[in-house]
Design a protein around this ligand. Sequence first.
Ligand code: BYC
Length: 476
Amino acid sequence: MSNVDYSEKIPNNVDLANDRTLQRALEHWQPRFLEWWREMGPNDFASVDVYLRTAVGVDAQGWAHYGTVKMPDYRWGIFLADPVANRTIGFGDSFGQPVWQQVPGEFRSQFRRLIVTQGDTEPASVEQQHRLGHTCPSLYDLRNLFQINVEEGRHLWAMVYILHAYFGRDGREEAEELLARHSGDIDKPRILGTFNEPIEDWLSFFCFCYFTDRDGKFQLKSLAESSFDPLARTCRFMLTEEAHHMFVGETGLGRIVRRTLEVMKEIGSDDPEAIRRQGAVDLPLLQRYLNFWFSSSLDLFGSEVSSNAASTFANGIKGRPDETTQYQDHVCADSTFEIEVPDGKGGVTKDTSPMRNAMNEVLRDAYIRDCEIGLKRWNIQIKRGGYKLELKLPSSRFRRAIGAWANVPTDLDGRPIDREELDRRMPGWLPSASDKAFVKSLMQRVVEPGKMAAWIAPPDRGINNLPVDYEYVRLN
Ligand code: BYC
């Protein structure tokens, strides 16, 4: 089961060759995908050789196989983690019953909605990163960008397989629509807000990988618990690839902090202007980027109290990350969860929600704790450098567009403030036009093997035990 059939037009471990109808349908979608990749992917780099990881099997030996590939020749395929024998439903009203190999009719539209939402984010991120290759800070980073891009393409394949294989004509239509919506398109935008935000510089890219890909981790972990076994298995395999995307975010931001501290030491100052004159990123500017991407990514969890969340949990469609190992009560029929909501008078009050309705908030809380880890590491670096400044995540009430705090003006600590104060202070909390212009001025491509742009420190090590100065992308 672990081996991937690479002799097929579409590499897969789902025995596609024995389902001619499905195979034909996917082979019909394949050229559309490639056409989309040519138009919306990193196609200015179609002819370059990239040192990429390609899965050749879903077990430990197979999933990280490295070699030099031209991106359009990457073998996008369909890989499901191996089935777990006698797996039973891990949560909700049908707890303990055997998992489903087909989608129950009554849950079809709920499943389709979630799979489409998940699928929509994958090509969206490739579109957002479309032009970043031209301003890479090093060949190492360029290679990581392309690795992420091809894997997001494969994650799109993962969802398209599920739509084609289990949702008939509706699924095929949805698969077409996944290529028809585009990030930031006025008429046909991507479904979730963050995936319509432009990513025009590498600082935004690293923030996106740190915060937004981490939402991917939490959502995929929740879907990996699903009672619909093919969905659970496909998400389990996606998670192995997702880990690298967050690694790129965390180490990218960590390397920026390290370089800034070096510059601060060299010039003996933490004055942002003086740091900028040396071509590095001052920490207050980095903080404003963190504020932007963190607050945007928090919205991806949906409303604090959600009837959608309650019913997907009750119906065994979407669980909580590590449902089996992290929780005692997998049914949550009677438990409650306390949330803080605006009191409508400029203050905060506590509300009690049935646990099932609060599942989005449970996930968001766990996500916030996970986001803290990187900040702790960077703050240790800053403290060791002898500086007092600390990077901080803003409150989860800050700048929200979804849920109880949507459009409620608060400061970075989540204290409700009036709109006039918000308008006055917001420019100091988010990247300003001059911040963005400065960051843009730093985005000069560096492509000599081993060399780094002046605003980012080298990584501790290269990819797959190769040296940092390996020529990860041969630009010809
Ligand atoms: N922007 O009851 P509500 C990833 C919509 S990232 C716009 O509050 P629900 C990746 C919502 O769709 C992971 N709309 O929330 C990362 C609903 O609309 P409909 C992606 C939003 O439904 C980096 C309405 O508001 N995967 O993989 O409980 C690179 C009311 O919804 C937003 C998933 O998200 C928003 N931010 O939960 C590449 C997993 N938030 O349906 C990839 C699948 C909510 O009434 N999706 N809305 O028209 C889900 O589980 C759920 O749809 C959500 C929302 C968690 C997103």
